[in-house]
Design a protein. Structure first.
Lengths: 369, 282
């Protein structure tokens, strides 16, 4: 029976290819949107994830960075710096705002850096240099590509103009770009003085970050103190709620589409074999054997489609950002495995209806085939 | 007398009920012994295929009982019937019904794979059948490349692979030209006479009448006396089949006598040893 199913599939290579391609297309959509989801999820928290202090200190009631505002008095940074076990405190000023680069207006996370900041700036430069003087900015290289604003060109944040002196890499996502400007300039824009937004606290070697965080909470009033992992978790969660959920919805829609394509393909394949199934029933094939053969056929075609989709995911998807640089795509092995399981379940479910129909076929019809 | 391979008693098949009730087969009884070749003839719509479907365990009769090798298949659960069909019955269809994706050899072997005790013996048996039915050169061919006669020979081999005692053939010559049809009929004749199979054949082909042991005439669902038809045929000295002398392609002259044959197969047999057949009154 399985031999017959196997040979029947390969007897019609056009039909098999069409079915496998249809299924592969559906799976590619799912993998693609999942890769976008994974990529954007990673990229949207790229700044906190890369600067990676041991402890984040922010205004009480604030627990993340994405779309948040936080103000912490500057003297609190000095107080924290004096706590034993604190290696370094790096204050930053932070603003979510719309920037104008060339003809383009887009939403950005703007980080204000003190002149002597040892960390908290761009972690990878693709061109130019870091900011040194007032009125300078480092922007993402992808933003530069998209807007045509290059080193030496100008961009504006509210009513203030900045000159681009460097291009950073890994600082762009379609939801936001991370820009770096001098602390004083951002202070100017915010019309604030004597405050920071976040304090990035590094602990001395051998000091337990959790214990030190407790100590900071105890000694400094009206601040929220979070370990890096906790802060990232909060940021990721909020970012997902605000932007990435659209991608999740797209992924769900594609998954449903994939399920429908697999189901339809299974249905078509089984129904195209209806006459021969009548014959093998007449010859003495049991319903159970036919059932498993049909499931096997559906699973086989789905597997071919899945393999095609995985090959595409591994070899083609990673090169898409070269053509569309604003997209960050991450194909994870766990997602592919997850999709494999879903594909298997969908294949079985897709085969159930046609199987149910063929099992009811009358073997006596073999005399009229 | 050996016990019958098939024993059907008072079987009927009704469709619908009340005023719309249609009797497709009405109170038919028949039995067939090993080595017997039975024809079921009758006009179109007389219920021949319905009767054959019931005898083959493909359709449950509304009334009556059918025993195959002593097993009452009308009392069996639906789930047990496939096993009976696979092991006890060989089917030959008018449209051959070969599986397109499988080669000649694979088609022949297919029913053997439906057996629970499928073994390497099936392969050996398939080889024998392939030789017996002169299909050696087509062993790896796909059905679409075969002639009608070859397809039907494959279907016959497939019906015989599990060595069932009962062969049911529905118009086995219906899609074949006259010469090929005669060859196929002779094969069916031989498997009954030489190998002891019980063969029930539904056909419209009057040439088969001469090689049949019994002819049943089915009309309006009921078995009746066979209508007589007047034919002027010459007799094939090998199989006894009547052959139209004017149309016969296979002729042979022996000791000044002209002989006509239903098929090349019979002529070849005759040529090998004419003395065996000359002088025998058929």
């Amino acid at each position: 029976m399985f031999h017959w199913i196997w040979k029947s599939l390969f007897k019609q290579p056009g039909s098999l290819t069409g079915s496998a391609l249809g299924i592969a297309f559906a799976f590619i959509l799912v993998i693609f949107f999942d890769a976008v989801w994974q990529g954007e999820s990673e990229q949207i928290i790229a700044y906190p994830d890369n600067v990676k202090p041991d402890i984040w200190v922010m205004q009480s009631g604030v627990s993340n960075m994405h779309m948040a505002s936080s103000f912490v008095w500057d003297w609190k940074a000095d107080k924290i710096a004096r706590i034993p076990g604190v290696k370094q405190v790096t204050p930053i000023l932070y603003l979510n705002n719309v920037i104008t680069a060339g003809e383009t207006k887009m939403f950005a996370f703007i980080v204000g850096l003190l002149p002597d900041a040892q960390r908290a700036g761009p972690w990878s430069m693709s061109a130019g240099r870091q900011i040194k003087n007032s009125g300078e900015a480092v922007i993402p290289d992808i933003l530069s590509n998209l807007t045509g604003v290059n080193i030496g060109d100008q961009l504006s944040i509210t009513d203030k103009t900045f000159t681009v002196v460097g291009l950073s890499s890994g600082t762009y996502s379609s939801a936001n770009a991370v820009l770096f400007v001098p602390f004083n300039d951002l202070e100017d824009i915010l019309s604030s003085t004597g405050t920071y937004s976040y304090l990035l606290v590094d602990v001395d070697d051998g000091i337990n970050a959790k214990t030190l965080a407790e100590q900071i909470r105890y000694e400094v009033d009206k601040v929220n103190v979070l370990l890096h992992d906790e802060f990232i978790r909060n940021d990721f969660s909020l970012a997902r709620q605000m932007g990435v959920e659209v991608i999740i919805i797209m992924t769900v829609i594609c998954s449903v589409l994939a399920a429908l394509i697999v189901a339809f393909t299974s249905y078509s394949l089984v129904m195209s074999k209806r006459q021969e199934i009548v014959i093998i029933k007449a010859l003495g094939a049991k319903n159970r054997s036919i059932f498993f053969s049909v499931i096997f056929q559906s699973g086989l075609v789905t597997m071919f489609g899945f393999i095609l989709a995985v090959v595409f995911a591994i070899f083609i998807i990673p090169s898409i950002p070269m053509l569309v640089p604003q997209l960050t795509l991450i194909v994870s092995m766990s997602s592919l495995l997850q999709l494999g399981v879903i594909a298997f379940v969908v294949a079985i479910l897709g085969a159930l209806l046609p199987t149910h129909l063929v099992l009811r076929l009358d073997p006596a019809a073999a005399f009229h085939v | 007398m050996p016990s019958p391979v098939l024993n059907a008693k008072h079987i009927s098949k009704y469709y619908g009920s009340g005023h719309t009730k249609v009797r497709a087969v009405n109170d038919v009884s028949l039995e067939i012994q090993p080595g017997e070749l039975m024809l079921i003839m009758g006009p179109s719509g007389s219920g021949k295929t319905t009767l054959l479907s019931m005898l083959g365990g493909l359709l449950k009769p509304s009334q009556g009982s059918i025993e195959i090798e002593g097993i009452n298949i009308t009392q069996l659960k639906e789930s047990k019937l496939p096993n009976i069909r696979a092991l006890k019955i060989g089917f030959i269809f008018q449209t051959f019904n070969l599986l397109d994706a499988l080669t000649v050899e694979e088609n022949i072997l297919f029913p053997s794979q439906l057996r629970a005790d499928s073994s390497g013996q099936a392969k050996q048996r398939a080889n024998e059948l392939i030789q017996q039915l002169k299909l050696e050169h087509r062993r790896r061919a796909l059905p679409q490349t075969l002639s009608g006669g070859e397809k039907q020979r494959v279907a016959i081999a497939r019906a015989l692979i599990n060595e069932p005692k009962l062969i049911l053939a529905d118009e086995p010559t219906g899609n074949l030209d006259s010469q090929t049809g005669q060859d196929v009929m002779m094969i069916l004749h031989d498997i009954a006479k030489d190998h002891g199979y019980a063969v029930i054949m539904v056909t419209h082909d009057p040439r088969v009448e001469d090689i049949a042991d019994r002819i049943m005439w089915l009309e309006d669902g009921a078995l009746r006396d066979r209508k007589s038809e007047t034919h002027q045929w010459a007799r094939d000295p090998v199989c006894g089949m009547r052959v139209d002398e004017w149309k016969a392609n296979n002729k042979f002259e022996y000791k000044g006598e002209h002989y006509v044959f239903c098929s090349q197969r019979c002529r070849e047999r005759f040529e090998r040893n004419p003395a065996e057949y000359v002088g025998i009154k058929k």
